[in-house]
Design a protein around this ligand. Structure first.
Ligand code: ZN
Length: 174
């Protein structure tokens, strides 16, 4: 089965200490994610980046209550150096939780012939969860390695892993 590795929202504004929407556990998953990324590249598994890229007046800030983060063009919106994309690796910009909403993700995956998506990054119960749901509804198989998915709150993360397994048929790997 043709796989694709998706790295979601591993951006300076989520990862760096003191960042506006810091998710401290992203730093704990970083070494494992670097290893997985290197492995995928070596095995020829396509790597795609799905990244928040907000306007400075995005409704996510006013209506959903998030502090401004990942504003397009700022250094905070850049992928962390440790996971920097190589030339030719698609970087898809999104403005909300699902990587499919308003992006070219589906077309890119189709062009690659991907059938199974490995979702990694942050955070489990938000962007990973909603991207997993949209992927499943589009007929993709989805795997989420627990050790490569960062939580803002461990209880929320645990709930999301369980929902993905039970409701979406996602395979949650160690
Ligand atoms: Zn956002």
């Amino acid at each position: 089965m043709k796989q694709a590795l998706l790295i979601i929202d591993m951006l300076n504004d989520f990862v760096i200490e003191g960042a506006p929407l810091e998710v401290p556990s992203t730093r704990a998953i970083l070494p494992g994610l670097q290893k997985r990324l290197a492995q995928a590249r070596q095995e020829g598994i396509p790597v795609l980046y799905v990244c928040d890229a907000h306007r400075s007046d995005d409704r996510e800030f006013s209506r959903m209550g998030w502090p401004p983060h990942a504003v397009k063009g700022t250094s905070g919106s850049r992928i962390v150096d440790e996971l920097a994309p190589l030339a030719g690796e698609p970087v898809l910009e999104k403005t909300t939780y699902s990587g499919f909403y308003g992006t070219d993700l589906e077309r890119v995956l189709k062009d690659l012939g991907a059938e199974e998506l490995i979702l990694t990054g942050c955070v489990t119960n938000i962007c990973i969860f909603f991207t997993a749901a949209d992927a499943v509804m589009r007929g993709y198989r989805v795997r989420v390695p627990r050790s490569l998915s960062a939580n803002l709150d461990d209880g929320d993360g645990q709930f999301a892993f369980e929902q993905m397994e039970k409701i979406l048929g996602v395979r949650v790997d160690p």
